[in-house]
Design a protein around this ligand. Structure first.
Ligand code: AMP
Length: 193
């Protein structure tokens, strides 16, 4: 799992992990943005929350993840979770969903980045990609939601002995090198390359 505040580089590092370890990417944010783009019912519901920087309700999000695991992830080497879980109930649900399928969570990579850098990155991404929730108003709300609802998961996974802190401030390759080193040392996971 890649864990971190919005703008911490989860998407960027996911892409590297998938490539180097032969994993399947599950990004709940990306999945929801696809639904919004395609104008589905779920997309309409999700848009109301995302545009305000709020979280989609847990029961809906958990149901979506359950279906995604069945549709996409079976038969893969493994999965990178990017943007899920974001609350304690989601983390509890993930544990059940994985256990039911005979899977286990190997490691939680926590990308740690100073707050001012997060804001700078998201504003830049907004300019480059036009991503609708990367505007200063929504960014402030997303950071607040992160601190209130998501940050407690850090302790949750530290207690489970799964949390791997990585300095997410710096050059993409260097950060990825530290992730790879940590995964090898902590969970015995090696890249396929
Ligand atoms: P992300 O691309 O991960 O930054 O997610 C963008 C937005 O999608 C978030 O600000 C939430 O509104 C929504 N979202 C993504 N993942 C979740 C989740 N696990 N639980 C609730 N809302 C989510």
């Amino acid at each position: 799992m890649l864990f971190g505040a919005p703008g911490s580089g989860k998407g960027t590092q996911s892409a590297r992990l998938i490539d180097e370890y032969g994993l399947y990417h599950i990004s709940t944010g990306e999945l929801l943005r696809q639904h919004i783009k395609n104008g589905t019912e779920l997309g309409k519901v999700a848009d109301g929350y995302i545009s305000k920087g709020q979280l989609i309700p847990d029961d809906l999000m958990i149901r979506i993840l359950d279906e995604t695991l069945d549709k996409e992830a079976s038969g893969k080497n493994g999965v990178v979770f990017d943007g899920f879980p974001r609350t304690i109930p989601q983390a509890d649900a993930l544990k059940q969903l994985l256990r039911r399928r005979g899977y286990d969570l190997s490691a939680v990579v926590g990308l740690e980045v100073p707050e001012d850098e997060l804001v700078t990155r998201m504003l830049q991404r907004g300019k480059e990609t036009g991503r609708a929730d990367d505007n200063i108003e929504t960014i402030k709300n997303r950071l607040k939601v992160y601190h209130d609802q998501t940050a407690p998961l850090r302790e949750y996974y530290i207690k489970e002995g799964k949390y791997l802190p990585v300095n997410g401030h710096g050059v993409v390759d260097e950060i990825f090198g530290n992730i790879a080193k940590g995964l090898r040392e902590m969970a015995g996971i090696d890249s396929r390359k």
